[in-house]
Design a protein around this ligand. Structure first.
Ligand SMILES: *Cc1c(COP(=O)(O)O)cnc(C)c1O
Length: 402
């Protein structure tokens, strides 16, 4: 059979051959540039999902593509059995940007979260003196940290866990944003508290002011490591390079991914200072592709674009303006507009049904959004998005939400 080219044929092929683990909008994309993508029929869309913030720098940013091309012509993979000339500079640059002594490179976000879990557990036993196999990690209800069996073990989303057991023990769940609940959950066996500064997949939920700073204080008091999962909130998305900066917090462990790969290639890291990172000795942990020269070269370019173009500043300015405009629409269907920077959630009232039909209507008008949980439309375009593009989008959003 020849390769299909029409939307209908491409959709039916996927329907036949793909596992059913996603429910995408029925749009087949074939090209992207900046904040725009085109489907196989040539229809143009504004990308307001940006691959869950993996495309903060936009589609095919010229500097990132050039770096990838250059590296493709030199060296792509060595494994960690040997050194390569890109990994060291990449790790230095990400450490300097985030303010840590060491970085451990992985590929996907979930792998970097797993790496952090291993590091803090070991630290719990070897430094804090927690009895063997008793270490606890406190996490938040409604969290999203990835899809591995250990990570879904502490998800509060039933479908993420159901019949995937036996689940990994050692996690304690507290409500997000509730500092007293966190204080009450800390025991002598608590190794770490792991949190998203702003819950993205959980429905774009902003914690009460002072929550993160209070959590950092509690962690310090009780000799508990603070792990911030900034895979989605980091690298400019919320209007700061890292969302923790909004509260002046420097977590003990920082996990990055998504936009670290510049929309080109999966690149993630776990960052920490030596006392935590040096829990790993040769052979204790690893990844065949982690730190590979192609990923490292792409990661370097991805960071350089964020810094050179001050994308966190753009996110802040465009985000607060766009949020104000969305609120000013005064839509009868909207319960609340919330978010930080260009991570924005529009909450649809229960009485207006779910967010999905609104996303479908927006797609019809050339705006790609994806609902998160039942009621929330997430607006999270590339941070490079032109203001004119958002102005145009507002007009369409007004029509859909009226
Ligand atoms: C996307 C995401 C992950 C998982 O990253 P993958 O690359 O999909 O494994 C983990 N944590 C947060 C906060 C995320 O948004």
């Amino acid at each position: 059979m020849t390769t299909p080219t029409t939307t209908v044929d491409l959709l039916s092929e996927v329907d036949q051959y793909s596992a059913r683990n996603y429910l995408p909008l029925p749009i087949v994309l074939e090209r992207g540039e900046g904040e725009w993508v085109w489907d196989v029929d040539g229809k143009r869309y504004l990308d307001c999902l940006a691959a869950y913030s993996a495309l903060n720098q936009g589609h095919r940013h010229p500097a990132i593509i050039a770096a990838a091309r250059k590296q493709l012509d030199r060296l792509t993979l060595t494994s960690r059995a040997f050194h390569n000339d890109q990994m060291g500079p990449f790790l230095r640059e990400v450490c300097e940007l985030a303010g840590y002594e060491r970085a451990l490179p992985m590929n996907t976000g979930a792998e970097a979260v797993e790496t952090a879990i291993k590091a803090v557990r070991r630290w719990g036993y070897r430094v804090k003196g927690i009895p063997a196999d008793r270490a606890e990690i406190i996490v938040c209800a409604n969290n999203f940290h990835g899809r591995t069996t250990t990570i879904v073990s502490f998800s509060t989303e039933e479908s993420y866990r159901e019949d995937f057991g036996p689940l990994t023990p050692g996690f304690v769940v507290v409500p997000f944003g509730d500092i007293d609940a966190l204080a009450g959950a800390i025991t002598p066996n608590t190794a770490a508290f792991m949190v998203e500064p702003l819950q993205g997949e959980g429905g774009v939920i902003v914690a009460p002011k002072g929550y993160l700073a209070g959590a950092a204080e509690l962690c310090r008091e009780h000799n508990v490591l603070l792990v911030a999962d900034e895979i989605q909130t980091g690298l400019g998305r919320t209007g700061k390079m890292f969302a923790c900066e909004w509260e002046g917090v420097h977590p003990d462990v920082l996990v990055l991914g998504k936009a670290l790969g510049g929309g080109v290639y999966p690149v993630s890291v776990m960052l920490a200072d030596a006392p935590v990172m040096d829990m790993f000795a040769p052979g204790d942990h690893g990844s065949t592709f982690g730190g590979n020269p192609l990923g490292a070269a792409v990661g370097r370019a991805a960071l350089k674009v964020l810094v050179d173009e001050r994308l966190e500043k753009r996110a802040q300015e465009l985000g607060s303006w766009f949020m104000d405009e969305l609120r000013a629409l005064g839509s009868p269907h909207v319960e609340e507009v919330r978010g930080q920077g260009l991570m924005i959630g529009v909450v649809i009232k229960q009485s207006s049904g779910t967010a999905r039909p609104f996303c479908e209507a927006l797609a019809h008008r050339g705006i790609l959004c994806k609902e998160t949980h039942e009621q929330v439309i997430r607006f999270a375009p590339p941070l490079t998005v032109a203001k004119e593009a958002l102005e145009w989008a507002l007009g369409e959003v007004r029509e859909v939400l009226k």
